[in-house]
Design a protein around this ligand. Structure first.
Ligand SMILES: C[S@@+](CC[C@H](N)C(=O)[O-])C[C@H]1O[C@@H](n2cnc3c(N)ncnc32)[C@H](O)[C@@H]1O
Length: 277
């Protein structure tokens, strides 16, 4: 008998939980019997059960769209990549969240909250995974685009993607990935757009935020912080943490539509650094 709990690996040997979702559901029903779905509805109620089914259908659809995007550009950015077996720099492995990419429609929507002209800004994606967001940011006129990622296997995939990404709408050629724990990362002394998509827990975020504020106080410059969060509701602690610094002001943003290419619904906030003067 096959072991249905075996992790599903992608072509690089990395555990990807977006593979085989339907197969796992089917195996579960085979294991517990055909009446198990009814028992689950009885146990959790029809509302929660419908929500669960909706989330899974959404995940499967969004994952298909992500893989289609990858085929179009000859890259590998899709998946729900588990960190447990990856080679990680620094002490924060268990604080990190799985690598799931930002969807193109989500990213372009968020970018509408920022000024149009950011040609002298460097875009920094904290926890850049397989580089999807770096590739999307390269379609804007940034001075540079930098990813910070602590999992070596993801850094290698990201660097290969950057080499391969041939998009006629690419405007920024200066793309790079730094292999580092975000908590130990020194921000570039350039105007910044710093992007977080649910990368890690609050204690690591607090360290990164403190480092960012010190860097801005040492050398005051323009800086926007974008925080995007989904099922972990990280936005509920990230926003207060940014406000408490007293150096970031929250900008008004439009509510995020439920884009089909996003694995999960996203909440986001945009903050701007303001000097004391
Ligand atoms: C939800 S994914 C976001 C991927 C990418 N930013 C995007 O939007 O497409 C979170 C990423 O953060 C990385 N990560 C988690 N903790 C980290 C840390 N302490 N330092 C650097 N990267 C980290 C994970 O390996 C994962 O790739």
């Amino acid at each position: 008998m096959t072991n249905i709990e075996m992790p599903r690996l992608d072509r690089d040997g990395i555990e990807d939980r977006s593979f085989g979702r339907l197969g796992r559901a089917w195996a579960y029903i085979r294991r517990h019997g055909p009446l198990e779905p009814l028992r689950l509805v009885h146990r959790h109620g029809p509302g929660a059960s419908l929500g669960f089914i909706r989330r899974n259908i959404r995940h499967v659809l969004a994952d298909r769209l992500a893989r289609k995007w990858d085929r179009r550009y000859g890259v590998d950015t899709a998946g729900s990549i588990q960190l447990a077996t990856l080679t990680v720099v620094g002490p924060h492995r268990t604080k990190g969240n799985e690598a799931v990419c930002t969807s193109p429609r989500t990213f372009d929507f968020i970018m509408k909250s920022l000024p149009r002209d950011l040609h002298d800004h460097t875009f920094v994606d904290i926890g850049s995974g397989k580089s999807r967001t770096l590739l999307l940011a390269s379609r804007y006129s940034f001075a540079g685009v930098v990813g910070v990622e602590f999992a070596r296997e993801l850094v290698e995939i990201a660097r290969a993607n950057i080499e391969r990404f041939r998009d006629p709408s690419r405007r920024c050629q200066a793309l790079s990935v730094v292999e580092a724990d975000a908590a130990a990362y020194d921000f570039p002394e350039a105007p910044l757009v710093v992007y977080f998509y649910n990368p890690f827990s609050q204690d690591v975020f607090d360290i990164v935020l403190k480092n960012l504020v010190s860097s801005l106080e040492r050398r005051p410059r323009s800086c926007f912080v974008i925080y995007g969060s989904s099922s972990h509701r990280a936005i509920d602690w990230a926003k207060p943490a940014l406000r408490e610094t007293k150096v970031f002001r929250e900008l008004p943003v439009s509510a995020m539509p439920g884009f089909l290419d996003a694995i999960r619904p996203i909440d986001y906030a945009v903050f701007r650094f303001q000097t004391a003067a």
